[in-house]
Design a protein around this ligand. Structure first.
Ligand code: ATP
Ligand code: MG
Length: 567
């Protein structure tokens, strides 16, 4: 296509709120245009990249026997009530009414809709397994839309759902999707890692995320320095921590600790390792219909609370911070809290590392006092893994050490079991003629987020550097001086020859200065450029590899072959 005819509004100005290279360059190079918070238009170049990504996703899914469908974006609220998510989803769900006062929500994901489709059409085990997907707009009224396409409110997602007759079938579908997703991200040229992910209140290990490694990623991932172990911090495990310091001995009782209320201060005061001090974190757990409960999370003073794990432990929709006044109302004293002698309506959750803990120092639930000799021996209450794995902790799988890195979540695969099929009564007849709920998996890819993720990993200070399968054009021909007949003719001829061979080419045929065109080329980021310039009088043209801006001179008679071989 001809630059002179395309709408590619490149600009020097970055959006004022843009901090990430992908947001800056995709806007400056004319790929996308902001319409409002978390809402974007795709201009011709952006649409081409989006379609390329969509194509790679589709090809690999179709090869893996998945079937593409397209479901209504506006979804009846009644289905969301059936699954119980109408309440749980909270404010991310955009709710609307039609002229007849019927309730709808704009689909943020389509589990309910797909289960509804399948419960009406699939009746027998003979039709299973089945894997249906769509590549379709989603809407989530995100609390903090930001980073351009990374976290939009309206965005493009591939969402797929597998239906099997039993758990074994579901695991086979899940493994199939793990392999398929790996192929997709490899074809897109991404450096990614598969990590164990939070599976919500369901628990289990049937949830994995595909993380593009990038400093700008919003997710913290924990990786081992010597084996393949990787997990989102929300799900990461560690080898049990042992304290170098011996367990202190103490006579149980309250101890005056006036104005000593932090772990550090207590540790210094008692000369004991924070490992032997009980940390008590109070939160407000939010449930359906606005119901809240005060929860105390108890962990070792050397550990930090991981909020997603903590939220799952109490099966809440969300954990909220608690105010000083609410603490007082609950009968608690900030700085001196402890999970002992509490009113009945306060929930207590212990970290697993506190099982059979003895001789610890905890609060005394009394201003200026701590209790020494706290123990959990014989206590059979709620123990959950609620700690945030730290850099330097031991790997749960090998003798390696864990470290933190940042990742962009581009895909998520999840074993659902009958979480949706059971409440929605989506059933099939098994071999014995008995009704059974479908055993499901759900699989997402952030198609529009991938545009941003590719650029986060592939850019320099001048602009984008697209990967082979994502680039809007394979080749960018720059005619240096359009008024020079021989340059123009050579450019046009090469353009025609490449297009005839099925290569996608952007021909910069504009009446602009060469320097201006090169700047646009660097910003737009097509992997290979051919510059037809002054050296043409010596029958030479230049090839530029965008990655590293590596230049080489080629005989103009050889250029077609060289390009066809290299792309
Ligand atoms: P996140 O933790 O980033 O909010 P999520 O867990 O809510 O993601 P899923 O519900 O698993 O995401 O959605 C599937 C995929 O859709 C994600 O892996 C991500 O790539 C993409 N995605 C989710 N939310 C957004 C968004 N607001 N903008 C763009 N892409 C998104
Ligand atoms: Mg989200």
């Amino acid at each position: 296509m001809r630059f002179s005819q395309l709408l590619i509004p490149t600009t020097k100005d970055a959006p004022s709120d843009a901090v990430l290279p992908s947001h800056i360059f995709l806007t400056r190079a004319g790929y996308i245009q902001s319409v409002g918070s978390g809402l974007y238009n795709y201009l011709p170049l952006g649409k081409r990249v989006l379609d390329n990504i969509r194509q790679v996703v589709k090809e690999e899914l179709d090869k893996a026997s998945c079937q593409e469908v397209e479901l209504s974006f506006v979804t009846p609220s009644a289905l969301w009530s059936e699954s119980g998510r109408l309440e749980k989803y909270g404010k991310e769900l955009l709710r609307l009414k039609d002229r007849k006062n019927n309730d709808f929500v704009l689909g943020p994901t389509h589990e309910e809709m797909m289960v509804n489709l399948v419960r009406q059409t699939v009746k027998s085990y003979k039709q299973l397994p089945i894997n249906l997907y769509q590549i379709k707009t989603k809407f989530r009224d995100e609390i903090r839309p930001r980073f351009g396409l990374m976290r939009g409110r309206e965005f493009l997602m591939k969402d797929g759902y597998s239906f099997a007759k039993d758990e074994e079938g579901m695991r086979a579908d899940f493994d199939n999707m793990e392999r398929t997703y790996s192929r997709i991200f490899e074809r897109l040229g991404l450096d990614y890692r598969i990590v164990e992910a939070d599976s919500g209140a369901i628990g289990g290990s049937g949830s994995k995320e595909f993380m593009v490694i990038a400093d700008s990623g919003e997710d913290t991932i924990v990786v081992c320095d010597s084996c393949e172990y990787g997990a989102n911090i929300e799900a990461a495990k560690r080898k049990a921590v042992v304290c170098a310091e011996e367990e202190p001995e103490m006579n149980p009782g309250n101890f005056l600790t006036k104005d000593i209320s932090t772990i550090e201060a207590l540790s210094a005061f008692f000369h004991i390792d924070p490992y032997y001090i009980l940390k008590t974190v109070a939160k407000k757990a939010l449930y359906d219909e606005g119901v809240t409960k005060v929860v105390l999370f108890a962990l070792r003073g050397s550990d930090e609370l991981e909020e997603t794990k903590a939220c799952n432990a109490v099966n809440a929709n969300e954990l909220l911070d608690i105010t000083e006044n609410e603490l007082v109302d609950a009968g608690l004293v900030a700085g001196y809290m402890a999970p002992i002698a509490l009113p009945d309506d306060i929930v207590v959750v212990y970290d697993e590392a506190l099982k059979d803990a003895k001789n610890m120092i905890s609060g005394a639930n009394k201003k200026d006092y701590h209790y020494i000799g706290f123990n959990t021996t014989g206590y059979d209450g709620a123990f959950y893994d609620i700690v945030a794995v730290q850099a330097g902790d031991g790997c749960p799988r090998c003798s390696g050490t864990l470290k933190h890195t940042k990742g962009i979540e581009v895909g998520h695969i999840f074993q659902l079991g009958t979480q949706y099929s059971a409440p929605l009564k989506a059933e099939f007849l098994d071999e014995n003629g008995k009704s059974q709920p479908f055993v499901m998996g759900t699989y997402g890819i952030g198609v529009s987020r991938l545009l941003a993720a590719i650029i986060e990993q592939n850019h320099d200070e001048k602009g984008c550097i697209w990967t082979k399968e994502s680039t809007p054009f394979a080749v960018h021909i720059i005619i240096s001086n359009i008024k020079d007949d021989s340059q123009r003719e050579m450019g046009e001829k090469l353009y025609k020859e490449l297009v005839d061979k099925g290569v996608s080419v952007l021909l910069d045929d504009r009446k602009e200065r060469f320097g201006f065109k090169i700047k646009d080329y660097e910003l737009i980021g097509i992997p290979t450029a051919i510059v037809i310039g002054k050296k043409l009088v010596d029958d030479k043209v230049e090839i530029i590899a965008r990655d590293g801006l590596v230049k080489s001179e080629i005989d103009s008679s050889e250029i077609l072959d060289v390009i066809l071989r290299s792309i």
